[in-house]
Design a protein around this ligand. Structure first.
Ligand code: RIB
Ligand code: CA
Length: 305
């Protein structure tokens, strides 16, 4: 089984991604590291522990990571209108019985890639702060990790949090730019493909047919997320952003990728914009430009039904 660490800012679609990864039965989930974005890092850590407990998967270690962007003292606002006051669509879960582990998230990433050289894939579905700090702390990280699969960016399509930028990149643009230039093997699963995979009310109805606590939870958090997408964008479904990054690990044939040199705009006007540059000095990363959305959604829904 492929060894994986999820790096999350749990969030509704992060919760869906955690559930999908575990239920797939195809991944050896070594642990989950947390950061800020949709909510604070403390809330993301609590939410992650709660999701694991709903799934009877509390044995998976949760390690809290960075609490602020790499190069800025201030946090951009949380995304409470998208993910609810608690980050989980205001769906209340019992307080977690388990606690996070003591080790800092950045050190957890480093320790696992050293324990299993070239065998660990990191699926990063929040800001890239933890990954950037791991590379800064030990530049060998880029040779030890198998690959980083990143949910982030909008290379050929408009952004979501602002017209020019996607939320995860916008939350810590310096970290993202640093990681893209580091030479680490990286697959970018951006809005280019994730907005083609919308979960509709009809899809989510499957979860209404089951009484299991997990199905109820998935149904209720998705309803909140769908309402945001309908009210904000007039879309008949919510983007399966973070679950698609898991899909890219489970079955890379779902995607068509193109090697591209990508930088992040750090200017005040276009902060967080992902754009292609001449590849002579910037390493290439694999940018997902097409997805078999039907096949992905079928697998996602079957796995979680
Ligand atoms: O732009 C979508 C991404 O931003 C997702 O990872 C979502 O959870 C938020 O973090
Ligand atoms: Ca996320």
């Amino acid at each position: 089984m492929k060894k994986v660490i999820l790096d999350v800012d749990t969030g509704i679609d992060d919760a869906l991604a955690i559930a999908y990864a575990i239920k797939s039965g195809q991944l050896d989930l070594l642990g989950i590291t947390t950061s800020f974005g949709n909510v604070s890092v403390e809330e993301a850590t609590r939410n992650t522990l709660q999701v694991l407990e709903v799934m009877d998967a509390a044995h998976i270690p949760v390690s809290m990571g960075a609490d602020k962007p790499m190069a800025r003292d201030h946090l951009k606002g949380k995304a409470l209108h998208v993910h609810g006051e608690n980050g989980l669509g205001n769906v209340e879960l019992p307080l977690p019985k388990e606690s996070k582990i003591e080790m800092y998230g950045v050190d957890f990433l480093l320790s696992k890639v050293k324990e299993f050289p070239n065998k660990v894939t990191i699926v990063a579905v929040g800001a890239l702060t933890n990954v950037a700090l791991a590379i800064k702390k030990d530049p060998d990280f880029i040779h030890l990790v198998e690959r980083i699969v990143v949910m982030g960016g909008a290379v050929t399509v408009p952004g979501n949090v602002v017209p020019h930028a996607e939320a995860n990149i916008y939350t810590d643009p310096e970290a993202a730019d640093f990681v893209f230039q580091s030479g680490v093997p990286l697959t970018l699963v951006g809005l280019d493909v994730t907005l083609q995979t919308l979960l509709t009310k009809k899809d989510a109805e499957k979860w209404a047919q089951s009484d299991s606590p997990l199905s109820k939870f998935l149904l209720n958090i998705s309803k909140f997320y769908m309402n945001f997408y309908m009210n904000e964008n007039g879309l008949e479904g919510c983007g399966l952003h973070d679950p698609l990054a898991i899909g890219a690990v489970l079955d890379p044939s779902l995607m068509k990728t193109k090697p591209m040199s990508i930088r992040v705009d750090l200017s005040k006007e276009l902060i967080g914009k992902t754009f292609e540059v001449n590849g002579e000095t910037t390493p290439k990363i694999d940018v997902c430009l097409e997805v078999d959305a039907r096949r992905f959604k079928e697998h996602f829904l079957t796995t979680l039904s």
